[in-house]
Design a binder for this molecule. Structure first.
Ligand SMILES: [Zn+2]
Length: 98
């Protein structure tokens, strides 16, 4: 499969309902990763022929990270970026871009 270039779109940024509530903050943080997946450019290159496989995702800054789509649940997907590895919310802008 060939690489897919994703272009940024205009989109309203999410708002956090309450920074006092952990659940609200986690929801907001997930929504921000989805938002950044829309408003930033990416080059998504499949690393194998499976939809539930691995992808190399390159962002505007030139860094590339490996996204692993495991199954349709989204619970076991992973990315090699520092944000995914340190945020503990189970997603990142690269994963959301794929
Ligand atoms: Zn990532």
């Amino acid at each position: 499969m060939k690489a897919i270039r994703l272009y940024p779109v205009r989109r309203t940024a999410p708002v956090c309902d309450s920074f006092e509530n952990t659940g609200s903050v986690q929801k907001f943080e997930r929504e921000m990763r989805v938002h950044r997946a829309y408003v930033e450019p990416y080059l998504v290159s499949p690393l194998d022929d499976r939809v539930d496989g691995a992808y190399r995702v390159s962002g505007a800054a030139g860094a590339s990270h490996t996204v692993d789509i495991v199954d349709a649940s989204g619970r076991h997907d992973a990315c090699s970026c520092p944000d995914f590895l340190s945020s503990w919310i189970g997603t990142c802008k690269h994963l959301e871009a794929v």
